[in-house]
Write a protein that binds this ligand. Sequence first.
Ligand code: AHR
Length: 657
Amino acid sequence: MQPSTRYLLALVLTGQLLSGQQMELQLDPQVKGPEIPETLYGIFYEDINFAADGGLYPERLKNRSFEFLMPKAGWEEPGTFRYGFNPNSGVSRLLKYGKDAGNQNFLRVEIAQDTGYRLINEGFRGIGVRKGEAYRFSVHAARGNGNVSQLIATLRDTLGASVGQVTLNLDSPQWKRYEATLTPLATVAKAKLEVTFKGAGEVDLDLFSLYPVATWNNRPNGLRKDLVQLLADMKPGFLRFPGGCIVEGRTLARRYQWKKTVGPVEERELLINRWNMEFAHRPTPDYFQSFGLGFYEYFQLAEDLGATPMPIVGCGMACQFNTAELVPLDQLGPYVQDALDLIEFANGSTETPWGRLRAEMGHPEPFNMTYLGIGNEQWGPEYFERYDVFAKALAERYPEIILVSTSGPFPNGDFYDYGWKELKKRNAALVDEHFYQSPEWFLENADRYDSYDRNGPKVFAGEYAAQSIGTTSPENRNNWRCAVSEAAFMTGMERNADVVVMTSYAPLLAHAEGWQWTPDLIWFNNLESYGSANYQVQKLFANNRGTHLLPLKWEGAPLTGQQGLYGAASWHEPQSQVILKLVHTGTTALKVTLPIAGITSATPVEWTRLHSSNPQTVNSFENPKAIWPTSVTAAATDGALKVTLEPASVNVIRITL
Ligand code: AHR
């Protein structure tokens, strides 16, 4: 038999030709199912891919306080010999304050002659500045011997031309913060900042900064506006932070410690980023965490976004994909205390030590934290022994806090089975599941949650993304094929929103030149940003969340890929609307009829579609709208909605009844 004949026979047998690529669906808007939680669609944030320093945290100067392991990394001293020694222009030496923690280093510069010595910061793959926008340049300095009277900061474009300059008069032998506003005369994506001096002699320098005045909500230590805007446009129900594996650390000594990320920004102690040299194919030796974006700022971001905050703390286990170091059970005390103190920091009265710090930082009101993650992606008995210690202490002191536990890094297999068995025994509240799988896996598993136990723990699908090539491959793309498969899977999660109460794509952010992991939801460079095809799917689903589930069926069964169609339906109580989500993964157009009692040609119908006929289509800096929502006209006739779905399309249809 010819392959084409065999294919035709297969279509006849599966009913596709007989039905002529059309389906009549069933839905009764009167039969309202369970409520859909407001948290269903949210954000997973991790400091990976330059997400914080070089990204959401818009400080333009890298290694601003000389704390990197190579303390002058990111800084050049042209004309000097290595280690900053050039008697003809100047000498720089790194000195220590002699403190045990916090900001430890500063730079002592001896200038041999006026303007002979230059100190240049390269930024994060360059410094992005926009013409006419204000940037706050600041530095801490102390004058020493000699007559160094001025510090001159000049922004230079890639050809070395000045595009803006400020001069600070150095007038104190004591440490003092100096500040001036620099307004560039040109837009430059990869500028450098050059620092020179007037006079000769010694000056101590620390905490350089070049920071945009225009940040989200115009806060002085605020976040990059375009990136927060993209997040806000998603209308996320929750914000999980700060990761990911970054929580655990490669080693325990280098785990994420939230207490070191709060208080005065100048005193926050730098930490090497665990993604720094994780992948041989994407080494990023200049990736550190300054913690200018710390836990206070994350809580503030969640509040700004109207998202419920979900911090995650380490549970005494370093990343099991790395060293898998363990804290002995009888030494977990400080780790548990960190978790308890975090709740006090977020919610405690301003009379408590951590609540007071929150107030001093500018937020006397509580942040209303209700979720806390214990560990990231842990597995095995070692996790549950430690989880139990945390759970006991937290239940005693803060029984109202909902704990997030984990079933490990994989969607099935031994770790997963063991994890779920243990979590069910413990009657866990919320279990974090992760899937980094092929697009085919997402299509085949759209019915995953249809059979989950309705009386067991709830699910937080906390990290998922279709991998066009394979997990951690640098060739993975945020293409339309992956986005459609995720959309199909998401209809399955939404249909089961009584069990799956939180979901988030991962990772979230990636610098076009500083990334380690792909695919990612949002891409940015020093000046611009765009949402990927996958972002458009996330945003479309999150912006069209109903209040109650409605059962949507074909031939009595949920839509899990029959004739290539996946679907979910909900009711939106305040707007009296039926919201249909229909993902057509087939290769030919599909006519869908949905009888709904009472609808007529006058019934308002809004249809938004994401579509591309090329599965390889990606959004990009050049074409950020290749995958973009369009409005389509839908025909409601007497008693039925009739639509023709394009192949490879994601459709949201709102019908006002
Ligand atoms: O999202 C990237 C990483 O994938 C996360 O840090 C980790 O939780 C998962 O393995």
